[in-house]
Design a protein around this ligand. Structure first.
Ligand code: ATP
Ligand code: MG
Length: 414
């Protein structure tokens, strides 16, 4: 893509109304736009990164047998009344609205109810199980605190996966597959080393759930890490004696840290299947409630976490796997001169080779190009100036390390 065609403009100054580093940098770099507190739009560069993250999650969900759907945002209160979660005193993040005839609707904050109700039309026998259904869908939550930028938005995309199994044993088998897929995802987006499987309270469904918590000073959660076991405990279970028996963790080995919950996995048991009438007939013809689990990841929160962990004083730094472009090509000099012509040709070569390249073809100063390039955070910068014209060698700068190399056109394209 030619940068002269990109409608977004990078800004020098951080927006005064943002405290979170992720939102400050992403707004400055033109990746996102703040509509209002906790509500963000994704612009071309931001959408490319978000879609890369979504693509990685989708691959991992498909690999464990997930089937993708897209459910509606508008929610029928009836299903939620059956599960007891329609009431604002039970779920305090509801956004609700009305039809013209006065009847109430909700904007979905999660989809256990809707999907469980839907599955009653498709699951009736043990032969229909197990099933794994997931989506990338906009959730609406009236969050009280919205100070963490895109890590805590009032409207955000969630990957939510739901599993439908015959019994606990079959459920547990899949639960561990999801855990492994989550570990792949966090590794692939570059936060694997800092992310811990964390025991948290399970709500009303099971004794514990698992969160995936990424160590980061900007995190809202407090966890206790056992590094030798690569496990952690959420503060909410720290004083529970049983968790030490379950995990084999020694309280004396724990280190406290701030962390971001990037994902979680839950055993729901038959909480929703019983409430919404989702059962199957076993081999003897006996009706049994379906055993369920739910598994969430916030791609936007993941994107914010990557920014919080990797950005430096000059701007964003993306790992290759989620960068909006792999190469930031720039021509120095004046439009029409030899360096520009050479950069044009290299751009065409990259496009032909299928390399994702952002080409700064604008007639602005080299200094401004470098500053903006640092801010945008694309992994490799290739500079075409007088030097390249004279020697046929291009300077390649790695954004993360500042490392500089010289490469020929053939080397760049191989
Ligand atoms: P938190 O305790 O941080 O509010 P949660 O327990 O409400 O999270 P879930 O309802 O299980 O989280 O949502 C699943 C995933 O969706 C979370 O692990 C997180 O990655 C993401 N998520 C949750 N709330 C938000 C939000 N307000 N903005 C962006 N992502 C979110
Ligand atoms: Mg929440």
């Amino acid at each position: 893509m030619r940068q002269s065609r990109l409608f977004t403009k990078a800004r020098r100054e951080a927006p005064s109304d943002e405290v979170a580093k992720n939102a400050q940098l992403l707004v400055r770099a033109g990746y996102i736009h703040k509509e209002m507190a906790g509500v963000y739009s994704f612009l071309p560069l931001g959408l490319r990164t978000l879609n890369k993250i979504i693509g990685i999650i989708r691959e991992e969900m498909n690999a464990i047998g997930g089937e993708e759907v897209l459910l509606t945002t508008l929610q029928d209160p009836e299903a939620w009344k059956k599960s007891g979660r329609w009431d604002d005193s039970v779920v305090d993040v509801w956004f609700k609205t009305h039809l013209k005839n006065g009847s109430e609707l909700g904007l979905g904050n999660t989809h256990e109810e809707a999907l469980t109700a839907l599955m009653t039309e498709h699951i009736s026998s043990y032969k229909d199980l197990p099933r794994y259904v997931y989506q990338f869908q906009n959730k609406f939550r009236n969050e009280t605190r919205a100070k963490s930028g895109i890590m805590r938005a009032r409207e955000f995309i969630m990957k939510d996966l739901y599993s439908f199994s015959t019994n606990l044993e079959s459920h547990n088998e899949f639960y561990e597959k999801v855990a492994a897929a989550y570990e792949n995802i966090f590794k692939r987006v570059g936060i694997g080393e800092k992310t811990y499987r964390t025991f948290a309270s399970g709500g009303s469904f099971s004794k514990y759930s698992h969160e995936y918590q990424t160590i980061c000073g900007a995190g809202e959660d407090t966890i206790y890490i056992d590094d030798s076991k690569r496990l952690a405990l959420n503060k909410e279970v720290y004083d529970d004696a049983e968790v030490y028996a379950t995990t084999g963790i020694d309280k004396a080995n724990l280190k406290e840290a701030k962390a971001i919950e990037v994902g979680n996995i839950f055993t729901l048991s038959t909480r929703f299947s019983e409430a919404l009438g989702l059962s199957y007939k076993d081999a003897e013809g006996k009706a049994t409630p379906v055993f369920m689990g739910s598994y969430g990841i916030g791609p936007g929160r993941l994107m914010g976490t990557i920014v919080e962990l990797m950005a430096d004083e000059n701007g964003l730094v993306w790992p290759e796997s989620v960068a909006p472009f792999s190469v930031h090509l720039m021509s120095l000099g004046k439009s029409g001169d030899e360096a520009f012509q050479m950069a044009d040709a290299l751009y065409a070569d990259f496009v032909k080779a299928g390399v994702e390249v952002l080409y700064d073809d604008r007639d602005i100063s080299a200094g401004q190009k470098f500053t903006e390039s640092d801010l945008l955070g694309i992994p490799r910068r290739i500079i075409v100036g007088r030097d390249a014209v004279a020697t046929g060698q291009f300077e390649v700068v790695t954004r993360a390390t500042g490392e500089v190399a010289k490469k020929t056109r053939t080397e760049l394209l191989s």
